[in-house]
Ligand binder design. Structure first.
Ligand code: NDP
Length: 258
């Protein structure tokens, strides 16, 4: 099979099930010939991931446990990856978490612990992973994360996660400057609302966000995991070689509306 990512080794983080944005990304990367390394947190996610890989005939280079809130876990995962795969060309970061208690009501009620946890898992994790991957990206590379419009403007109930995504997007820019010298690009995709485990179970009033897309987005429809997967693949591929520090909206154009 020949593809734009033939011979490229890419880490995919954040497949919890077939609805995960990371699974859409994995399918696009596989289609273009990439060799995939997966990280997971919960054992249940690993089981789902294994079933999905089997069902889709995808043979990963490696599946590694990695809890991004734990430096030792990140370090162990990086060592395991380095031992198995000498050079990494890409990282798809698709993980986030905030307690659902803070994804409803008013942002002003966020506790210190709730704020720090959202920042830690959803924003700092990109910094930690970029640091861990840099020594493995000896041929240059591309890092892509997933953000949401709630970083740029107030979206009802998104609250603490909007603030974490704002930090994530700023981190994309600072990391792009730092890692550019090593030929490593850093970008983000800002996706429309997609019914995934985290989104449905986490953000209050999530269904309204989806309905609004059908009614108001310029394309008068929502986006899906496969569209985000293809756009992420583009940013991980040489097709986007002149792009870094960018936030690319894959949201049927919703962000251009006032
Ligand atoms: P999923 O629930 O499918 O994926 C979230 C992933 O985050 C899971 O695989 C989960 O792993 C992982 N995760 C959470 N905490 C940790 C941790 N401490 N260490 C390692 N992994 C962790 O939801 P999505 O696909 O929706 O989310 C993926 C990304 O896309 C997130 O950054 C999200 O904010 C972003 N996004 C989502 C949108 C949407 O509408 N769905 C819109 C825009 C952006 P586990 O289950 O094993 O804990």
């Amino acid at each position: 099979m020949s593809g734009i990512l033939n011979g490229k080794n890419i880490i995919v983080m954040g497949v919890a099930n077939e609805r995960s944005i990371a699974w859409g990304i994995a399918k696009s990367l596989h289609r273009e010939g990439a060799n995939l390394i997966f990280t997971y947190r919960k054992e249940r996610s690993f089981q789902k991931l294994s079933q999905l890989l089997e069902a889709n005939g995808i043979k990963p280079l490696l599946c590694v446990s990695c809890d991004v809130s734990d430096d030792a876990s990140i370090e162990a995962a990086a060592q395991e990856i380095q031992a198995a795969v000498p050079v990494i060309h890409g990282l798809a970061h698709s993980v986030a978490f905030a307690d659902k208690e803070y994804l409803q009501g008013e942002y002003v009620d966020t506790t210190r612990a709730g704020y720090l946890q959202a920042q830690d898992i959803s924003a700092y994790s990109l910094v930690a992973m970029a640091k861990a991957c840099k020594p493995l990206m000896t041929e240059g590379g591309s890092i892509v994360t997933q953000t949401y419009l709630g970083a740029e403007r107030v979206m009802k109930n998104y609250n603490v996660m909007g603030v974490a995504k704002a930090a994530l997007e700023a981190s994309v820019r600072y990391l792009a400057e730092d890692l550019g010298k090593a030929g490593i690009r850093v970008n983000a995709i800002s996706s429309g609302p997609i019914r995934t485990l985290s989104a449905k179970g986490g953000v209050a009033g999530f269904n309204e966000l989806v309905t609004t897309m059908d009614e108001k987005a310029p394309l008068r429809r929502n986006v899906d995991q496969d569209e985000v997967g293809d756009a992420t693949m583009f940013l991980l591929s040489p097709l986007s070689r002149g792009v870094t520090g960018e936030v690319l909206h894959v949201d049927s154009g919703y962000h251009i509306l006032g």
